[in-house]
Design a protein around this ligand. Sequence first.
Ligand code: SF4
Ligand code: SF4
Length: 91
Amino acid sequence: MPYIIAEPCINVKDRGCVDVCPVDCIYEGPDQLYIHPDECIDCGACEPECPVTAIFPEEDTPDQWKSYIAKNKEFFEGGVEREVAKGRATH
Ligand code: SF4
Ligand code: SF4
């Protein structure tokens, strides 16, 4: 079960999670970041990096954000090329 990103990331998008992901499976969308469900290796490295607690193992997603499980998956459907998020700005 992959990790997913839920509502607290919306409009925050500080990309702190991106730097620690060993497989670069976190992608940037217009509103929030998304984790690719087939590329995530469930390492959990990203979860403590998020300043707003937006990242959860899929099965531990709080009830009010369960729709974000599908939202993360759907972001990658339809053959649309997605852009891997760039790491946090260092300047
Ligand atoms: S759990 Fe690991 S592999 Fe999955 S998105 Fe987070 S850092 Fe990347
Ligand atoms: S660390 Fe949290 S708030 Fe920042 S981009 Fe990642 S999921 Fe979004």
